[in-house]
Design a protein around this ligand. Sequence first.
Ligand code: SAH
Length: 351
Amino acid sequence: MTALAEILAARIRANGPITLADYMTECLLHPTLGYYTTREPFGAAGDFTTAPEISQMFGELIGVCLAQTWLDQGAPTPFTLAEIGPGRGTLMADALRATRNVPGFHAAMHLTLIEASPRLRALQATGLHPHAPVWLDRVQDLPDLPLYLIANEFFDALPVRQFQRAGPFWRERLVGLGDKGLTFGLGPILPVPVLTHRLKDTTEGQIVEHCPQAAPIMAEIASRLSTKGAALIIDYGDWHSLGDTFQALRAHASVDPFAAPGAADLTAHVDFEALAQAAAPAAHSYTTQATFLTALGIHQRADRLAQKISGASLQSHLAATRRLTSPEEMGTLFKVLAVHPAGTPPPPGSA
Ligand code: SAH
C-alpha cells in the first residue's frame, strides 16, 4: 500500500466512503504525496505525452492563433496572455518563440500562468526564461484585462463525480473499502439537480460524470471575454459526456486507478457542452484538433521543418505530425472549444 492509500483507507474507515472527486483530488494534488506534486508525468520516461511535448508545432500554432486574434481585435494594450495547467511550460515557450516578431505583442502582454504544483512552477520558470511570468493559484485572481488564454489537457485533470441512473434519480459511485482495498461502491438513491437534463438522454444503469469545478472555472474565464479576448480549451472528450471515462495512466499504460493512489495520473473525458454553457453569454465554436491544426497550417509548417532534417529525425517529425492530426491518433479524440466575445469572429482555425 502506498502512504496515500493508508491515509485514504483510514479516512474511509472513520467517516465512510468518499466521492470519486475527493479521491481524485487527494491522488493528484495531496501536498506531499500527490501525483502532480511528486512526479514528473510528461514524456517518454513519464506516464503520458501531451501534444506540446510531441511537437513544437502545437505551441507555435496556438501562439499564432492567439496573436492573430489579438491583432484582429485591435491589439488591446496591455493584455493578459495566460495558460492554465502549463505542465513543463513547453507549449508557452513555443508560443512565445513563434510570436516574438508580432509587432507589440510581447511588449503589451502580461504573461500569467495558473498552476497548482510548486514543482511544476519551478520547471515552467526554467523553461520560459528569460520571460518572467506571474503565477496565480486560481482563475479568479486573473486581472481585469483583455484575456487570451490556453488550456491544454487541464480540464481532464479536474476531479469528477460519477452517478449511475436509478429511475428518475441517481446513485453516486463512491470510493470505499472492500476485501482487497479501495474499491467502488454505490451510494443511496437520491435526486441530483445538476443532472436533471441528463434524464432525457440516459437509460437505467447508465453512468454520467459531473465535474464540479469545470463550470465555475469556465465562467470565471468567460467573464473576462465580454468585449475582447479568447480562450482555447483543448482536451479529449466529447460534446456530451456519457459512461465511465475515469482512467489511470502509468508508464503510458492503463492501470487500476485504485492500485497505487498518488502514483498514476487520473483523468476523465471533458464534457464540452457543460463548458460551452458555462461560458455563455460569450460565444463558442467547437471543432476537432485535426481540423483546428490543419486550418492553422500545420501541414505547411511541417513541410518547412521537414526540409531542414533527414533520417531518424525526419521520421520522428512525420510521425509527430500524424500523431497530432490523424483520426486514429489524437486528431478527432481531442477537441478544441474556442470561447470568444459574443458578436466577434471565432479565433482562426476554430470554426
Ligand atoms: N498543459 C500541459 C500539462 C497538462 S497536465 C501539457 O499539455 O503538457 C495538467 C496540468 O494542470 C499540470 O500542470 C497540473 O499541475 C495542472 N493542474 C492540475 N490541477 C490543477 C488545478 N486545480 N489548478 C491549477 N493547475 C492544475
